[in-house]
Design a protein around this ligand. Structure first.
Ligand SMILES: Cc1cc2nc3c(=O)[nH]c(=O)nc-3n(C[C@H](O)[C@H](O)[C@H](O)COP(=O)(O)OP(=O)(O)OC[C@H]3O[C@@H](n4cnc5c(N)ncnc54)[C@H](O)[C@@H]3O)c2cc1C
Length: 449
């Protein structure tokens, strides 16, 4: 099939309204799994590259590609089943936003296990493809744990449909696991069956300040022991991040100055916050703290925690990292890279925040003199110390995309990377799906790819 033949073919599958061209980039918007399958079969036949686009909120450049790739948007894959209240599952098209699903769950007195700052724009298909984490992982795990079924279309248009949502199915390989976290390199997620959870009757949100990591970590451990299985968020912010976000958002800081801030969310059987208040009053070493008494106060605390866009705007250039290691190693790691950055780089500001309970912190480095520092030197400063703090990962929850690709070797062995590529070649022999996302060993980066 020629390229003009391809366009005609895509138009006949989708109708003219759903294939558009803007800034030299062709964008297609299939409205059903069968349309998606027909489009991929046609694209595969001509070996045309495809960039899969969900909500576009990914943080590693997974949806940026060259102009020769067709953008395949999932925005019209929005079919929804009714919530199955007995089995606590719902089936949604890949293009449904996370927030829409959260609202649907709430209307049925349930909740999604996944929550993250980009909830209003990110899609469930994108969440699956990045194996999204977020603020409730400590209670519900990454999204993988809640996926009960997937419908996926392979590069050649083959449909793999397993949306039944069975709790148990050991009949051969559980193929859906392959696609979770595969960043659109193995297939396009068309629909998802996802587990919901009973909503707690009440919640208690605390913000506590400490003058160092050690007492903060000790307090977090005490919360986990006192309220087992009830902690739904355990988040941490270091001072520079907390100050910049509260100032940038013009939120009166809910508590006084501290070096490290801990957010704890406890799920309750009822609306009585008394047991949490009583427990909090027994904690030592709290510099200042508050228990949110209104929805407004809760919103303010979460706005500060989710305020990373303030940092993005505060410097001409900002580099962001998302690393994971054992929670007890976080203090050493933060000290080590803070010292290295301050010693070696001027005109930089470093910010730390993240998911304490999962040992996942985000590091943002703001550069005021944009020309001064090669990113590779900063990468080395941030990733280098992870080598001595194993187990650790250069990507806790954001994936590899374009940005982290040169560092994949730091977290995966050559054998693992070779096996990833074997699977990829088997499912997408013409390499049409997100070919800009490269999984390559260290040796490949020593010579330009
Ligand atoms: C303010 C903010 C806060 C965030 N917080 C978190 C957080 O706490 N935890 C976290 O994990 N992430 C977080 N993220 C990152 C981002 O929201 C997640 O990675 C999210 O899962 C991406 O969903 P999306 O629909 O926007 O995907 P996109 O950005 O559109 O795509 C992401 C990747 O998945 C692929 N893809 C998308 N849809 C499909 C599909 N249907 N089939 C196959 N491949 C597909 C794309 O090609 C790309 O490689 C945050 C982002 C922002 C902006």
């Amino acid at each position: 099939m020629s390229l003009s033949g391809l366009t005609t073919e895509l138009q006949s599958i989708l109708g003219e309204a759903h294939i558009t061209e803007q800034d030299c980039r062709v964008r297609i918007r299939p409205g059903s799994t069968s349309e998606l399958a027909l489009c991929l079969a046609a694209l595969n036949e001509t070996g045309t590259k495809v960039t899969v686009l969900g909500g576009g909120t990914g943080l590693v450049g997974g949806t940026s590609a060259d102009n020769s790739a067709v953008i395949l948007s999932t925005e019209r894959l929005t079919e929804l089943s009714a919530v199955d209240k007995e089995r606590r599952v719902v089936t949604a098209g890949a293009g449904v936003t996370l927030q829409h699903l959260q609202n649907l769950a709430q209307d049925s007195d349930m909740r999604m296990g996944l929550d993250l700052g980009a909830r209003g724009s990110c899609t469930i298909g994108g969440n699956v493809s990045t194996n999204a984490g977020g603020i409730n992982v400590i209670r519900y795990g990454m999204i993988r744990r809640d996926i009960r079924g997937l419908e996926v279309v392979l590069a050649n248009g083959t449909v793999l449909s397993d949306l039944g949502g069975l709790e148990k199915n050991n009949a051969g390989y559980d193929l859906k696991q392959l696609f979770i976290g595969s960043e659109g390199t193995l297939g396009v997620v068309a629909a998802v069956t996802i587990a919901l959870h009973p909503a707690p009757h009440g919640q208690c949100l605390l913000l506590l300040g400490f003058d160092a990591f050690a007492p903060m970590y000790a307090a977090a451990q005490r919360f986990l022991s006192r309220f087992p299985g009830r902690i739904s968020a355990l988040e941490v912010m270091w001072r520079a991040y907390y100050d910049a976000c509260s100032r940038g958002l013009a939120i009166t800081a809910p508590i006084g100055a501290a070096e490290v801030y801990l957010i704890v969310q406890v799920d309750l059987d009822d609306f009585d916050k008394g047991p949490v208040e009583a427990f909090a009053s027994t904690l030592d070493d709290v510099v200042d703290g508050c228990i949110a008494q209104s929805a407004r106060q809760e919103e303010n605390i979460w706005a500060i925690r989710d305020g990373s866009e303030v940092i993005e705007r505060a410097h001409p250039i900002v580099h962001s990292y998302d690393v994971s290691l054992r929670p007890q190693s976080l203090a050493i790691y933060v000290d080590e890279i803070t010292t290295a950055i301050r010693r070696n780089f001027t005109d930089t500001q470093i910010y730390f925040f993240g998911h304490l309970g999962d040992g996942n912190i985000h590091v943002m480095i703001g550069l005021d003199d944009a020309s001064a520092i090669a990113k590779s030197r900063l990468d080395e400063a941030v990733y280098g110390p992870l080598t001595n703090l194993t187990p650790s990962s250069i990507s806790a929850e954001h994936g590899i995309g374009i940005e982290k690709a040169p560092h994949l070797w730091r977290s995966r062995s050559d054998n693992e990377i070779a096996t990833m590529n074997t699977v990829r070649r088997a499912l997408d022999p013409k390499s049409i799906l997100n070919p800009h996302i490269i999984y390559a060993p260290r040796s490949a980066w020593l010579t330009p790819i």
